[in-house]
Design a protein around this ligand. Structure first.
Ligand SMILES: NC(=O)c1ccc[n+]([C@@H]2O[C@H](COP(=O)([O-])OP(=O)(O)OC[C@H]3O[C@@H](n4cnc5c(N)ncnc54)[C@H](OP(=O)(O)O)[C@@H]3O)[C@@H](O)[C@H]2O)c1
Length: 275
């Protein structure tokens, strides 16, 4: 029997790395890592790299960089998915952002261009606090953020990876759009307090206006395109539209989604917040 060949984009990223860990345990699968640092490199900013990485691939897990909300995403997703189907790809699983109008345009493109598809629309990842932009402020002991009252159902990247892996491997997920959330709603302050409790670290939360936050990022010389994205996420996506939970993780996996305090306890044990 010939092996099914799966391309995982963002193979070193929060979800891609976890999807690979899961696929490695499955027999008759050949994995290709989509990274700028592989022998056959993949770079969203260099369309010339796309053809080689898509050769002889059956299924693709698509994670776009930095976010499907950025203006160029629609054009990149259109070109990438069209090329993938032309080269024989049979199935695409797209990681999308919950409540992002622009991301949903990209979902429609995938639905049009893919032979088979599953959309995995996720809310904010818990791992943003340990593997991404909130790690540094946590290590510094002070997290200053706008939208202090916004409620978000933080989702664990392990749950997302489980749903993505099932979607890549099982045909019953074809044509489905899953909206993934954790089991409860938390404010950023509550999330930070959970981390403080689990890690035993003193972490102060400071509530800012969006304008003060953007000004702070400018003072830290954060690049303009990153500031644009942060502004978009805090202004538009955290306006209350996502402040409700779904049961799609349980529907797909037959078990409850991991809650934030379990994530905080597990992650604290790794020592990442107390290096
Ligand atoms: N974070 C959240 O809360 C959240 C919520 C919902 C949806 N999302 C969506 O999740 C997607 C990101 O997925 P993720 O969090 O699993 O990945 P991630 O952790 O953001 O992935 C980071 C990896 O992307 C690769 N990368 C960076 N620039 C690249 C480029 N130009 N071309 C190709 N690869 C590049 C880098 O790997 P190499 O150095 O190896 O190339 C890097 O290790 C985004 O589209 C985002 O909108 C995120």
């Amino acid at each position: 029997m010939s092996k099914e060949k799966i391309l995982v984009l963002g193979s070193n990223g929060k979800t891609g790395r976890r999807v690979i860990e899961r696929l490695e345990k499955v027999q008759n699968i050949e994995i290709r890592r989509g990274s700028r640092n592989e022998k056959i490199p993949f770079d969203w900013e260099k369309p010339a790299t796309w053809n080689s990485v898509l050769q002889n691939i059956d299924s693709v897990y698509i994670t776009f960089q930095p976010d499907l909300a950025i203006p160029i995403a629609v054009d990149s997703i259109q070109k990438f998915t069209k090329l993938a189907t032309e080269l024989g790809v049979q199935k695409m699983v797209l990681l999308s952002g919950r409540g992002e109008k622009e991301a949903q345009l990209c979902e429609e493109i995938v639905k049009q261009n893919a032979q088979n598809w599953t959309i995995v629309r996720a809310s904010w990842f818990s791992q943003n606090f340990s593997e991404s932009f909130f790690l540094e402020p946590i290590l510094a002991g002070i997290v200053a953020l706008p939208r202090a009252k916004a409620l978000e159902p933080f989702t664990d990247a392990d749950d997302i990876a489980d749903v993505v892996t099932a979607s890549l491997l099982e045909n019953k997920h074809n044509g489905q759009t899953y909206e993934l959330t954790g089991p409860g709603l938390l404010t950023f302050e509550q999330a930070v307090n959970e981390i403080a409790k689990a890690s035993g670290k003193n972490i102060t939360f400071q509530s800012l206006t969006l304008e003060e936050y953007i000004q702070m990022l400018r003072e830290y010389q954060v690049p303009d395109d990153h500031i644009w994205l942060v502004n978009y996420l805090f202004e538009q996506v955290l306006d209350g539209r996502n402040a409700h939970i779904t049961s799609d993780i349980e529907k797909v996996l037959g078990r409850k989604a991991k809650d934030f305090s379990a994530y905080a306890k597990e992650t604290a044990k790794t020592g990442i917040w107390n290096p």
